[in-house]
Each structure stands twice: as C-alpha cells, then as structure tokens.
Design a protein around this ligand. Sequence first.
Ligand code: AMP
Ligand code: GLY
Length: 426
Amino acid sequence: MKILVIGSGGREHTLCWKTAQSPLVEEVFCAPGNGGIAENATCVDISVGDFESLIRFAKDNRIDLSIVGPEAPLADGIVDAFSQEGLAIFGPDQKAARLEGSKAFAKEAMKEFNIPSAAFEIFNDPEKAKKFIADCPFPVVVKADGLAAGKGVIVTQSKQDAIDAIDSIMVQKAFGDAGARVVIEERLVGEEVSFIAICDGEHLVPLASSQDHKPAFDNDQGPNTGGMGAYSPAPVLDEQRYQEVLDSILYPLVGGLRQKGIIYRGVLYAGLMITDAGPKVLEFNVRMGDPETQPLLMRLKSDIVPVLLKVARGESIKDIVLEWEEGPSVCVVMASGGYPGSYEKGKPIDGISSAEGTGGVKVFHAGTKLDGSSLVSAGGRVLGVTALGVDLPHTIQKAYDAVSLISFEGVHYRKDIGQKALERLT
Ligand code: AMP
Ligand code: GLY
C-alpha cells in the first residue's frame, strides 16, 4: 500500500520512518516534508493547508492511507474533506478536533464528563476577566481559546501578570481571533506527563507513557517551546496511575463525546499534571506529540500501520495490543540559537551520519532543508537526536554522545533531558 504523511516536522519524519518499515507498505510520500524525510519518503511540495492539492495528489497516486501530523489542518477539517472524496485518512474530523481547537470546548466537555482538571472560568469580555482575576484567591493560567501555535498559554506568577496576559490576548490580540475568548484556570502544581492513545471512536489503544521538556533551558527555566526533548517510558506514571488515566479521563471523554454524536477517531493526547490529588488534565491534543512521537515510535516494536488503517476505515481496534521495547528511549532536540524567539536559518549541519553510526541512534529532522546537496537549518527545532537503550543512564549518555557529534552554528539544546526520570529511578 501507499501512504501519505502530512506535515514537515520531527513527528512527521518519525511517522515516515516507522511506516516505511511496515511490510504492508511499498511507498511513503510526505507533504511537504523536510530535508531529512527524503531518506524515508518521497517529499511532495504541497502545504498542509492546501486540501484541494492534497486530495488531488492522493487520488492521482492511489494513496491507500493519509496520516495527518499537525493540529491546524485537523481543526480546519482536512479529515472531513478527504472522507467526502472517499479517501482513507487517519485523524479526527473537524467536530472532534475542537477538543484542541477550542480550549473552552475542551474545558466544558471535561466538566460535563467529570474529568479531573483545573477549576476554570471562560470570558468573552476583558473587563470581566480582569475583575475575576482581581477577586481570584489562587494563582491562574490564562489561555487563548483558539489555536495559537502552542504560544497561547500564559502561566502567571502574579495578578498583574494575569491582567497583562488578558490585555495581550484580548485587547492587543496577540493571537488574533484565537484570543477573542479566554479560559482562566487554576494553576496546578506537579510533574507533567504526556498520555497518548489511538482511538476508534469507542476503544482505546494506549501508547507507552512519555514526558516532554517544554521550557527552553535546563531545570525548566525560560520560555515554553514546542518541546526540547522527550523520553519514554515516564516513571512518574506508574501502572496504577496509567490505568487511572484510562478509566477516569480517556474512556469517560470518548464515551461522553460519543453520546453527543462526536465519534472520536484518531490520536488522543492528554497533557497531564500529576498532582498530589492524582492526574489532572492540562489540555487535550488531537494528534501525536512532538517530540514525544520520536522516543515513542523508536520503542514501538509492532507495526503501526494496521491500527491506523483500521481507525481510518472506521473498524474496531478492540483486539489490538501494541508491543514495546523494554528499554527506554530518549530524544534530545537540537534547536537554533534564539528559539523560541527569533533565530537565524540556513546554517550548514554536520555530523548526522557519524551520530547515527554510533548504533541505536536515529536523528529525526524537524527544521532542515536541502540546499543543493548540503543540509541546512530551516526552523526553530532542527533535529531530534533519539537513542534506544537498555537502561536510562546509558540511553541518556548515548543520546548526548550522538548530539556531541553534530554541529551547526548557534546550536542550542538542553543538557538535562531525562533527569527527572533518573531522579525517580534512583
Ligand atoms: P497547554 O497548551 O494547555 O498544555 O499549556 C502549555 C503548558 O502550560 C503546559 O504544558 C503546562 O506547562 C502549562 N500549563 C497549562 N495549564 C496549566 C495549569 N492549569 N497549571 C499549571 N501549568 C499549566
Ligand atoms: N510536545 C508537546 C506537543 O506536541 O504539544
């Protein structure tokens, strides 16, 4: 069969790499892809928002399954558009994708289905929002309702911070229409973990646990990024909590949505805070995490294509069990200096083949492109250097040994990926 992966980041490179290994697959295409994806797939120069061209490409090339990486085309209804043309596509439809596309929708759903999450209020009026903040007894997080490329969440330290956040989101419209409405919620304290599952509308096939590292600098300092590294499994989620997340969060959500006529088919990603009172939901995403996908698929022994295909065809995944490598996987993101602020592009990248030659290491590309025959940086997050090993200390070491062989001007990466897990294990 032929596969089309839609997107251009590290997550999409990993999906191309994994699906290309399936015995069911003869060819993988990626639109638009990046400088490294060309190793595993044929890159097609169509942007993720150009549904018409993507559909034409899928028809002309007899694509059997399309897999959507990022959230924006899902929120814009790419799955509905493909389905109307009779094309098999993996991902939630537009109604279901509101779970990520509107934080207010997600919070109302959690309240309705009794899913543990932070206390919240929703506001359309900045003055009412500020009044609520002035009277609020607890520290808050201010969130733009709509999609804001991961930047619409402001974790505030003081009432003034929170009021400034309202001004920036609702008055100055820093995120455009995405900030016409805000969610103000209680700031939760604990350790974060990502819980990602595949859903057929009724049943869930959970992936292994994983943990992202969102802030730009070591010890979780600095501004939030798309993610500076990830590892799997995440020991903060022991077996009991893993089951609790399925029973008290994911199944109630999927069942509740189903009763409202929303059949959730695709990846369901719960961003969780493990608080003293148990796991609580920070957000839902409707696609795989980036960079969590890199260590997760590195550890996945099973073929991923059959489960994705079943979901795309509307079949049950009740009997599917995925098998995982026992050992951990660690991904260190190498970013452009200055990211998540402004940064320079076009820096030549060296050392990837030496890094991959160290064994048990795969370098997934995010912001890279080919400039003639040489590879250059082309985005904020450039590479995800991912190692698979037998135990955590050695796997972290393996990932960083590989990182040390790669260079480009201005490179920045965190030196403490995996440390939280290491502390829990020692
Ligand atoms: P979100 O996009 O909603 O996941 O928010 C981005 C990041 O903001 C999360 O990964 C958390 O680090 C932080 N965050 C979001 N909501 C809360 C909350 N209620 N309490 C504490 N931190 C939060
Ligand atoms: N790694 C965070 C995300 O994919 O949203």
